[in-house]
Ligand binder design. Structure first.
Ligand code: ZN
Length: 137
């Protein structure tokens, strides 16, 4: 059995390695579909969506209208520090692949109910382009 819920936020970033226009500061309207897999409990619930929100909503709030910063990107670090921007720091480039893996790990580490045996986080960077990180245990 699987359940899923979608979350949206706005966020800026840049890809410091990129040879094209993604090297520039720009932003996306991100969407994440968080899918959990497991067995229903005695009430027929996999997980209460309210309880999923308690984990995911603060994460999304921390990202919303922030600048996703690769900590190794010294030029962008200097710029966001000079501007005093709200930032979310990552160990690595802020590709949608890395963002989906980061979100999946954060949600799993937040402590999911014992009946949950898998997670998939699909992060859309644009309406038609996404990366998905999934794990079963
Ligand atoms: Zn981008």
């Amino acid at each position: 059995m699987k359940i899923a819920k979608e979350y949206r936020w706005e966020m800026g970033h840049r890809l410091s390695f990129h040879g094209g226009k993604c090297v520039n500061f720009h932003g996306h309207s991100y969407k994440a579909r968080v899918t959990l897999e497991g067995e229903r409990d005695e009430n027929g619930l996999l997980v209460d969506f309210y309880d999923l929100d308690k984990i995911v909503a603060p994460l999304v709030e921390s990202l919303d209208h922030s600048f996703a910063l690769n900590a190794a990107d010294e030029k962008a670090s200097a710029a966001v520090a000079a501007l005093g921007l709200k930032t979310t720091q990552f160990d690595g480039e802020t590709t949608v692949e890395n963002l989906s893996a980061w979100m999946a790990r954060k949600i799993r580490d937040a402590g999911l109910p014992a009946n949950i045996k898998g997670i998939a986080v699909r992060v859309y960077e644009t309406e038609d382009a996404y990366a998905e990180s999934s794990e079963r245990w």
